[in-house]
Design a protein around this ligand. Sequence first.
Ligand SMILES: NC(=O)c1ccc[n+]([C@@H]2O[C@H](COP(=O)([O-])OP(=O)(O)OC[C@H]3O[C@@H](n4cnc5c(N)ncnc54)[C@H](OP(=O)(O)O)[C@@H]3O)[C@@H](O)[C@H]2O)c1
Length: 234
Amino acid sequence: MKKYVVISGASRGLGFYLAQKYLEDGHIVFAGAREEYPIKLIELKKTYPNSLILLQMDVTDTTSIENATRKTLEFTDKIDVLINNAGIHSESSFEVLEKTNLDDCLSVYDVNSIGPLRTVKAFLPLLRNGSHSKVINISSESGSIGSCQREKEFDYCMSKAALNMGSKLLFNYLKKDAIGVLAIQPGWMRTDMGGQKADLDPYETACKLVSLFNRIEDINHPIFIDNEGNSLRW
Ligand SMILES: NC(=O)c1ccc[n+]([C@@H]2O[C@H](COP(=O)([O-])OP(=O)(O)OC[C@H]3O[C@@H](n4cnc5c(N)ncnc54)[C@H](OP(=O)(O)O)[C@@H]3O)[C@@H](O)[C@H]2O)c1
């Protein structure tokens, strides 16, 4: 069955390849990008003129997300999959405490922790109309408190831990609507964020994740999982 999929941060990296994979599989994709659409996304639109809809969507800006929702409603009143993929690190994230700029944490929380909630809030009426609807928050093992061995990346790790809590709260709230919620660790990928030394190709990761999302139908499936679907420690 054709799915209606919204993806934030689809301009590059994992978000772009998730959009590409869903399109290749014949689904309808609403791909969010802030500011101007990059050439790659415009090229993808040429390949899929009827099934790719480009949305201007900055997840730190409620009005921008509401406008994106309005544009989506011009095409459909239902969404089956919402992928909160947009994510950032701050510039001094990899510095030790004495050298990191803690004031930058706020903008990271804004994108990584609050952005997904703003997006779910705006798209909730459409998710409620979807079939076996899912909210998928792209999290990270760096958000696991139980497994944490790091000594820095305060902004990023704390933002993903907050995203995990947000995912659990959403799960509790949306269960009665039969909307599933996942917080997934995609793996270390060769993207602008992950760098070129990373293990995983982002397109291959997107293929693996889409196949995993398709397989998970039970809303009581563990929420915080890796890219194989295995449960991770909170
Ligand atoms: N790469 C890894 O190894 C890795 C590992 C674990 C988890 N993750 C998570 O996977 C997700 C994707 O990461 P990636 O590696 O693909 O990162 P990336 O290549 O740096 O791409 C980040 C995406 O987020 C978008 N974005 C940033 N701020 C935004 C905002 N305010 N509103 C909307 N979009 C915004 C960017 O858009 P612009 O082009 O406009 O900047 C871009 O599309 C993130 O949530 C990340 O935390 C990545």
